[in-house]
Design a protein around this ligand. Structure first.
Ligand code: GEK
Length: 243
């Protein structure tokens, strides 16, 4: 599938609507996420490696908010044990339709099931691996505790959850600094000041980052036995939590 450049916010938009994961976004998504999220490539590749280590025979590996299936493919390409099944979930039909076509071009063996559904309505069961790569930040904060609790309940002992997020810093000075560094990262990747500002405004009400402490506290409250950050670049971090 051809990869197109993200120019969605390149021209001035008089009435800026909230960001939506529609066909326009799905079409440019690989370029958008690589140029916008520091460490994205590393996080996806290591998600696959972690799944290779923690997936158990006969269990489910979930990719919640799978978009075009980058984490699903990274897991699948790590030769998961016999009887494993990957379940990718996304509530954007445009994303999922493209995801299906991409997965169809991959010849690895692990079965992949793709569900067009809200992760808040998705049953998690018999899971040895659960991945939320940059998805929780789009979920209503009031629903996040319960989602993580349900994930924990649906996991096997010894299983792993990978949670990657844009984060906020408690110290306002550090928060500002990291926002600025992230914008510099985007500029270095070819986004203009206008593109950065318009995208930021479009995301304002639908992407709500939390502090690492808030994530840690929620993960501990759900019952996970341990949790820590394994990757961070500026205000983007990835945590692993073990049941
Ligand atoms: C990757 N993990 O490439 N239910 C299901 N899906 C949702 C929901 C929801 N309630 N809310 C948002 N999404 C991917 C990247 S992108 C991150 C994930 C980003 C989906 C939404 O449709 C989108 O595809 C994805 O979560 C977030 O590693 O764009 O910054």
């Amino acid at each position: 599938m051809t990869q197109r450049q993200d120019t969605l916010y390149a021209n001035p938009i008089s009435e800026l609507a909230s960001f939506r994961f529609d066909e326009n976004v799905a079409r440019v998504f690989p370029d958008m996420i690589k140029r916008s999220v520091p460490g994205y490539i590393t996080i996806i590749a290591m998600t696959g490696m972690l799944a290779g280590k923690y997936a158990r025979p006969g269990t489910n590996c979930y990719d919640l908010g799978c978009s075009l299936g980058a984490s699903t493919l990274a897991m699948r390409q790590n030769d998961l044990p016999d009887g494993c099944r990957i379940i990718g979930v996304d509530n954007s039909a445009a994303m999922l339709e493209r995801c299906r076509r991409i997965i169809d071009t991959d010849s690895h063996q692990t079965p992949v099931e793709l569900l067009c559904a809200d992760v808040l309505d998705t049953r998690v069961s018999n899971a040895s691996v659960v991945v939320l790569n940059f998805t929780l930040q789009f979920i209503d904060p009031a629903a996040r505790d319960q989602l993580i609790q349900r994930i924990y309940t649906g996991m096997q002992a010894g299983g792993i959850m990978v949670l990657s997020e844009k984060v906020r810093f408690e110290d306002p000075h550090l928060d500002e600094l990291n926002i600025e560094l992230h914008h510099q990262f985007k500029k270095a990747n070819g986004y203009s000041d206008l593109e950065i500002a318009q995208k930021r405004n479009a995301l304002e009400d639908i992407m709500i980052p939390e502090t690492l402490n808030r994530h840690r506290q929620r993960i501990a409250a759900a019952g996970f036995s341990s949790c820590d950050v394994w990757f961070q670049c500026f205000n983007f971090a990835s945590l692993i939590a073990l049941k």
